[in-house]
Ligand binder design. Structure first.
Ligand SMILES: [Zn+2]
Length: 311
């Protein structure tokens, strides 16, 4: 990616700034890759291995699925695309992963003001409690402020707790542990290993989604709604996608999993088809379609979504 497709944004910049950017951007990427690994069943099948350990100590820090490095690639590749050199990326990765490893130690020293900036064992142990209400929080790798910024920060409960994944007994065989989650996914469908969730989008998310879709409908009418002309394939496809959008939004408003996913697929398809495929680059289509993709991504990631767990 760096050699062939990089935007090379940092070629002129002083190395100090490249390092500062890389340190922050790496952890930002990690926060989202971690959050996605908890939210999407296929990625949870990879990440669950890290959560299965019953003992909170350094061994947990190196307990990972065979596939965890592979599924991290899409989130870090952005750094190469922007122009972070490979040597800087590797050094920064080592720095972050060392800190993350140490964050799994069983002692929890009080680190004062450092706890406000960095993830510490006190923060990260909450993430390993065998209750999804707690483990679906504190996703940060090295910096704790991402969680505070994106509303996923939690402190440990007062009552005693255990570590691990509820209802899951880890094996001692790495082959079984790395592959069994996928087997379960295939057998029982997408909700087997992740907690079954009721999807909930706030009224604000629903309304803004509907208004954006309505803007597209107005664009459609402006293009096709006046005078007589032959019906084209583009018009039919666009019509179906716009109608589908209202069905997806209906699904989201009823808390349906398929609503959230089809809304994302639909907005992405619209963007790919119209902007990339047909080259509709007028500011109206570009702007509305990209904001729509961002909107559906936010719904997918859980902004405006309350999660009620009922295993
Ligand atoms: Zn995790």
């Amino acid at each position: 990616m760096f050699n062939h497709f990089s935007l090379n944004l940092f070629a002129e910049l002083s190395p100090v700034w490249v390092w500062c950017f890389a340190i922050l951007a790496w952890d930002f990427g990690f926060y989202w890759l971690h959050r996605f690994h908890h939210r999407l069943a296929i990625l949870w099948a990879v990440h669950i291995v890290h959560h299965q350990g019953h003992h909170y100590n350094l061994s947990l820090g190196v307990r990972n699925s065979w596939y965890s490095s592979l599924t991290s690639i899409p989130f870090f590749i952005v750094l190469a695309w922007l122009g972070v050199p490979l040597t800087v990326f590797l050094s920064v990765s080592i720095l972050h992963y060392t800190l993350q490893f140490l964050n799994h130690m069983s002692v929890k020293p009080h680190l004062g003001w450092l706890e406000k900036i960095f993830v510490t064992p006190t923060h990260h142990r909450v993430h390993h409690i065998n209750d999804r209400t707690y483990s679906d929080s504190n996703y940060g790798g090295s910096f704790i402020f991402w969680d505070k910024l994106f509303g996923t920060f939690k402190v440990a409960p007062q009552e005693p707790y255990r570590y691990g994944v509820k209802g899951d007994q880890p094996s001692n065989n790495p082959f079984i542990d790395s592959n069994r989650p996928f087997w379960r996914l295939l057998k029982k469908g997408a909700s087997a290993t992740a907690v079954r969730r009721q999807y909930y989008a706030s009224a604000w998310m629903l309304m803004s989604g509907a208004m954006l879709l309505f803007a597209l409908v107005l664009g459609y009418i402006q293009l096709y709604g006046y005078g007589y002309h032959d019906i084209t394939l583009t018009q039919i496809v666009l019509f179906i996608l716009l109608a589908g959008g209202s069905i997806a939004l209906g699904g989201i408003s009823q808390g349906q999993r398929w609503g959230v996913f089809s809304w994302f697929l639909l907005t992405l398809t619209l963007w790919l088809l119209l902007v990339l495929g047909l080259g509709w680059t007028e500011i109206f289509w570009q702007l509305t379609l990209s904001v729509l993709v961002l909107h559906s991504l936010s719904v997918l990631c859980g902004w405006g979504r309350r999660v009620t767990a009922d295993v």
